[in-house]
Design a protein around this ligand. Sequence first.
Ligand code: ME8
Length: 655
Amino acid sequence: MNEKKYYVTTPIYYASGTLTLGHCYTTVIADACARFKRMQGYDVMFLTGSDEHGLKIARNAEKENLTPIEFTNKVVLEFKDLWKTLNISYDKFIRTTDEEHIKAAQYAFNKLYEKGLIYKSSYEGLYCVPCETFFTESQLVDGNCPDCGRPVEKASEESYFLKMSAFTDYIKDFYAKHPNFLVPESRKNEIYKNFIENGLNDLCVSRTTFDWGIPVPFDKKHVMYVWIDALINYISAIGYPDTNCEMFKKYWPADVQFVGRDISRFHCTIWPVLLHALDLPLPKTIHSHGFLTQKGDKISKSKGNGFNPKVLSDRYTADAVRYYLLKEGPIYNDCPYTTELFLNTYNSELVNGLGNLVSRTTAMILQNFNGELKAPDVLNDDDKELINTINALRKKVEVSMETCRVDIALKDIYEVIKACNKYIDITTPWILAKTDKVRLATVLYNLFEGIRVCATLLQAFIPDTANKVFDKLGVTNESLKSYDNALYMDSNAKVVVNKGEALFNRIDVKKEMELIDGGLVENNNEKQQPKQEKEVKQNVEVKNESKPLISIDEFDKAELKIGLVLESVEVEGSDKLLKNTIKIGDEVRTIVSGIKKFYKPGELVGKKVLVVTNLKPIKLKGILSSGMVLCAVEGDSKLSVLTLDKDVECGSEVC
Ligand code: ME8
C-alpha cells in the first residue's frame, strides 16, 4: 500500500437550495489540505458531493413544480459552479442519487440486516424535517428542534432500527484507544458526554411516510434514513462494496474527514458504528470545525443571513474569499463574519502585505536591472536573518498542516511577508539604487527568494494568486515552484521578472461596505458594521453624566450571559489588554478586555463572569473580540470583574 496516500472528505451538502459562505468553509479547508498534500507528493483523493434524498428536498422540489431529481439536478449544477468559482480541486463529486451509491447503500443495509443488527419495530417521535432527525421530548429546546430551532412534527410509523446499543462498549473502548479520532478535544468531550457515556440508543433507520429515498432492499415500503444513506457516500465513492478494488484498498480508511460541529455527532457515533458493523476500519481523524456566524447566529439560509458567496468572489476574487475563510474563519470555534472584517483583511494583508511586497520588488528589479535578477553578493546580518526566517517557513507550515491548522499556516506565511516588507524598510533599496548597485542586487535577490518561497507554499491556499506571483517573478521552471524547493536558493540569478498587473487592487472599505451591505449581497442583513479596529478603553472609562432613560425593550436588546473563563493571557504589544477565552454554554469565544492593569494573566481562569454576548465583534490588536466582560469601575484606580455569589451553569441568561 502507498504510505503517501491521503483521503480527505467534506460532508456531502444538502441539495435543498443554494449554499452559503458558511458551507464554503468546509470545502475550502479540505481543498487547502488536499492541495498541500499533493504538493508534498501524496496520492490524494479529495471527495465532496451532494446529499439528495429526504423529505425536505422532496418538499422543496414540489414548491418549484419539479420532480425531486429534476430539482437536485439543478441544485447540483449550482454546487459545481460554486466549487469551480472557488477553485475547489475535488477528485470526485458523489451524488447520493448515483446508481453506484444506491447499490452500495442497499448492500450495506442488507448486510447489517443479515447480521441481525437491524430489526423491525415502530417509532413514535418528534421529527425535524429540515434536519432529517428524530428527537426525544427532553432534547427539544422550547419545544423546537435543538439544532435549527424550527418546529418538530410528531411522527409515528413502522420502522427498522439499527442496534446501536450493542456497540456501546465497542465505541467507548475505541474512543479510549484513539484519543485523536475526533478533533478538537473539547468537541470530543462534549460528544462523549452527551451521546456516548450513558450508552448508545438504537437508531430508527427507515421511513415509510415519504418515498424520496433509497428503498430498503428487503422491504420496498421503506426508504433508508438519510443519514445512513449519506454516510455511506464516503465508502461508496471509492468502490464499496468492492473492498478489494484498487481505489478502496488504496484510500480506505480516510485520513481526514471534515465536518461542521452540527453534524459531528452523526460522524462520531453512527458512522463508527456503521463501519465497525460492516467490518471496516474507522477513519483516522474527524475534524469538527465551528461555524461562521453573523450576529452570533450560524450563517445559514434558514436564518436569513446566508448570502451567496459568489457575490464576494466575483467582486474581490475567489482567492480573497479563500484567504479570508482559511486565515480568519472557524477552525474549531465559531467565528463572526462581517463585510468590514472581510474587506479590512483584503486591504491590509492582500493589497498592502503581499501585493505591495511583490509589486515593489519586481518594480525595483525592472527599474534597476532591466528586470534581470542578479546574483547575491556578500550577505550581512540583516540578510542572514531574513534568509533564516524564509528557511524556517516550510517546516512551520508543514507542522501546522499535519493537524489541518490552515489558519496557523497562513499566519506563518504572512509573518514572512511582513518580515520581507520590514527588510525593505531596513535596507532602503531606493537609496541603494543611487548609491550601491551591488548591495541593491543582493537585497532584491533575497526579496525575490522570500516571495518565491511564500508563493510556493501559498499554492495550497490561494492558487490563482500564487500563479500570478510566479508570473510576475518570471518563474516558469516548475521545479522552482515545488515543495522541495520552498527554501532559499542562491542559484536563481538571470530569471527575468515581469511587470504584470497588480495582484489585488486597493478598495475603499467604506464605499464597498455601502455597496455590499446596501443590497448587492442578497439577504445580508448586516447593514451597520462594527467600528474600525481601535484600542478601546473597555471597562476603564467612567462616565460622570447620566445616560438617557431607556425602555425595557431597548435594554432587552442586550444579550447577557454567564461565561466561564478558560484562559486569560497577555496581548502582545498592549499594556491594557488581556485576551480571554470564555466558554458560554456550548460555545467558546475570544473576548479581549482592557483589564490588564487590574488582573494578572490567568488570574480570572475558572471564574464565572457576566458577558455581553451580542456586541458586534471588533478587532483589538489584531485579535477578533466577540463580546464584553462586565466590570465595576471606581475612577481610574479600581476595577472588579463582576462574578456570581451562587454557582450558575455557564451559558445561563442574565436578566
Ligand atoms: O449537514 N459555518 O449538509 P449541509 C461553517 N448533508 N460551516 C457551515 C455553516 C456555517 N455557517 N453552515 C453549514 C449536511 N456549514 C449533510 C451532511 S455528510 C454524510 C451529510 C457546514 O449542507 C455544516 O456544518 O447542511 C456541514 O459540515 C456542511 O456545511 C454541510 O452542511
